[in-house]
Design a protein around this ligand. Sequence first.
Ligand SMILES: Nc1nc2c(ncn2[C@@H]2O[C@H](COP(=O)(O)OP(=O)(O)OP(=O)(O)O)[C@@H](O)[C@H]2O)c(=O)[nH]1
Ligand SMILES: [Mg+2]
Length: 352
Amino acid sequence: MKIHLLSGFLGSGKTTAIQNAANTLLQQGIKTGVITNDQGIRLVDGDLFKNLNIPNRQVINGCFCCNYNDLDNAIQSLIEANDTEIIFAESVGSCTDIVATVLKPLLQFRPNTQVTVSTFTDVRLLQIILNSNTNSFDETVNYIYLKQLEDAGIIVINKIDLISNEVLSAIKKLMQEKYGNKILLYQNSFNESSIKHWLYTLKHYQSAAILQSLNIDYDIYAEGEARLAWFDQELEIYSSSNNALQQAEELINTIYKKITAHQYATGHLKFLINGVTKISFTSNMQPPVIIEKEPGASAALLINIRVQTEPQKITQLITEAINETETQSGCKIIQQSLSAFKPGYPKPTHRI
Ligand SMILES: Nc1nc2c(ncn2[C@@H]2O[C@H](COP(=O)(O)OP(=O)(O)OP(=O)(O)O)[C@@H](O)[C@H]2O)c(=O)[nH]1
Ligand SMILES: [Mg+2]
């Protein structure tokens, strides 16, 4: 039995890599399962896997480390229900200290299990942070980012398809200097051979037991977590003109435009339309989204947002975006659920 833990900053591509890796393994007949995890209650990544027909469980309301028993129950449940041989477990993108609080407890309490940890990074943000160029995140958030890298056995430098060969060569040099003692993978998570190379590395990884627990200041970590507000909401859009998907697109773009106008540093804005179409924004510089539109009287929209501001400000911004979309397009938007908060002080169940 193998458990592959994924950590790494918000929007770095963990879910994308898991989806493609799980499909590759399932096609080979290997019983594979996925555990997603985030702050909040209604989670885009969790719903996505439900609809992809990949065996999955969720740990909600906070990170694996603070909900270790829920993680363990999810592992057990996948094993019992599906005879699962390989589990990918994706931790919250603002979480760190995984080696001490998740990997080592798993090795101790599940001694017959092999465990790996891969830390994902978006190569574009990595380049900014390594070059100490200013970015819009608070220094406590950047502290978490760097601790995630330090904590890794394997660092996956992801989205290399989005940079030039020159930039890639410079990053490789820097990473070798700073993290040359770790396994460094340069990946495009949409590319089959990239994913197969990551899977090969995970299969042959033997060094989990010698990974060192981090030396980390939990006060700074807690402050970084709290700087990034969490917001999740479920909406139903009703369209008298049979254009619900068009109106979902309008609402998504209005929310994104408002977040950009406020210059809130974006961790990740995720939207799931009708349980199947995932839309992601991971920076303040993306073009508006265009979705494939079929006529429809209603559409379900699940929103997950992690940006650097106060939760009430996000709630207010979403309310304004909903009102504007209703007025401009004549649709009716019903709010089914809402949860908005600052994540609390991390209190791991175990720390070894
Ligand atoms: N171009 C490119 N885009 C990628 C790659 N991997 C992921 N993405 C995109 O990056 C965005 C975020 O991807 P996710 O897989 O949701 O990221 P995540 O790390 O799971 O995000 P959180 O769960 O919020 O922490 C999505 O728009 C993906 O399509 C990649 O290798 N190349
Ligand atoms: Mg994810």
